[in-house]
Design a protein around this ligand. Structure first.
Ligand SMILES: *Cc1c(COP(=O)(O)O)cnc(C)c1O
Length: 393
């Protein structure tokens, strides 16, 4: 046991997140089975690995022999370098300051290029280092977020051809604007057409990017032809469908199978304190909850400061002793109150599951986020980074 005078002594946290290794490996196997052998898998670990913990997921990716990781920012790339123990390609999809390009190039970190400013800076950084920048050329195909416009392409390709010592074109890539919704079918089709046309322009210009990649989870499922050489898969690795529609479409075409995706995440806290409340008393701030009978209330040390949204006031559910119980009153900054009147022998320190399973009951992220009107993506990535994550089997 660590003695408290030890500087590394760490006090107990108010909650913790457990990440299931077996669920992750099972999701990876499912994704690989869908992709087949010819398509590379890049695990998207941006947003602190969708809230699961970047270091923990990078660890599990390496266990699963995933050799390609996609991050949003240079900072996330730097965090991965610290836990890398096998050859891993790191690809930055979004933010890297020009000042950090020499660092990225020196560490073999690849990055999207979607504007001239970064392209020019990459040439300069590569020249000074005497080492090629490995770049992914992102083209605008209709999302109108980032990507070179078609009119700019010729000039960019000319530059690439002039600077073979500085620039290595790893891929031509793009991103779809909502492949999870069939309502966007036409727009996605047009994006794909545009991408293919631009790809032809690149090859006609005499450049041969070894990789073509366009697909996220939803595109990989709904539009198999978007898989190409590599797919960038995020949400499915964490056990979620991009949206309900995608899940329904998949299940309709595979009626024999149970849902193949498994959640990794279990967010737990413990009961801080218990008290009795008499009928006719209000509970918590204000008057949003009036006890309609004598009640037993437990406080749990999580609140909106920890990602437990205020919109779960009076509607959230958590698990205690394997039972679903209600949040009563408003969610505070650091506390919630839950109704444990029906739970026998409730004690301080008893485990409370905020998301995940306990016994045979479950609080899913989607039920959690539906109650609070948040998308899975948003709810997960908002889980505070300072809640400790641990990997379990
Ligand atoms: C986030 C992101 C992905 C992954 O999307 P999922 O829906 O989580 O699979 C892929 N590509 C880009 C450019 C992204 O920003």
């Amino acid at each position: 046991m660590t003695h408290f005078s030890d500087p590394s002594y760490s006090v107990q946290h108010t909650s913790g997140i457990e990440i299931s290794r077996s669920a992750f490996l099972s999701n990876v196997a499912f994704v690989r089975q869908i992709l087949g052998p010819g398509v590379k898998l890049s695990a998207v670990v941006k947003g602190n690995a969708y809230g699961h913990g970047l270091e923990q997921i990078a660890e599990l990716c390496q266990d699963a022999d995933i050799v390609h990781l996609s991050v949003f920012s240079a900072q996330e790339a730097q965090r991965i370098l610290k836990v890398r123990r096998k050859p891993l390609t790191i690809m930055i999809l979004g933010m890297i300051d020009n000042r950090d390009l020499p660092w990225a190039i020196a560490h073999d970190i690849e990055f999207f290029v979607f504007e001239r400013d970064r392209l020019n800076a990459a040439v300069e950084a590569a020249r000074q280092l005497g080492k090629k920048a490995r770049i992914h050329l992102e083209v605008e195909t209709g999302m109108n977020r980032t990507g070179f416009d078609e009119e700019e392409l010729e000039e960019v390709l000319n530059l690439l051809k002039k600077q073979p010592e500085e620039l290595e074109l790893v891929s031509l890539c793009t991103h779809f604007a909502g492949a999870e919704e069939m309502a966007n079918y036409l727009r996605i089709r047009q994006q794909l057409e545009t991408y293919n046309r631009l790809y032809d322009k690149v090859t006609e210009a005499g450049l041969q990017p070894p990789l073509r990649h366009t697909a996220c989870s939803a595109a990989s499922l709904n539009y198999p032809e978007t898989r190409m050489d590599l797919v960038r898969i995020g949400i499915m690795l964490y056990g979620f469908w991009p949206n309900l529609e995608t899940r329904i479409m998949y299940m309709r075409h595979n009626p024999e199978q149970p849902d193949p995706l498994r959640r990794l995440i279990c967010w737990k806290s413990r009961i801080l304190s218990i008290k009795k409340v008499k009928m006719g008393e209000y509970i918590g701030y204000g008057n949003s909850y009036l006890a309609s009978k004598d009640m037993v209330i437990a406080t749990v040390p999580v609140g909106y400061a920890y990602g437990f949204s205020r919109s779960l006031s009076n509607v959230g559910r958590v698990l205690v002793h394997g039972e679903r119980v209600a949040v009563v009153g408003v969610v505070n900054m650091n506390l919630i109150m839950i109704n444990v009147t029906e739970i026998r022998q409730i004690r301080k320190d008893d485990e409370v599951v905020l998301i995940g399973s306990q016994g045979n009951k479950n609080i899913s992220v989607s039920s959690f986020s539906e109650m609070s009107q948040q998308l899975n993506y948003e709810m997960l990535s908002r889980l505070p980074a300072d809640i400790p994550r641990t990997i379990t089997d």
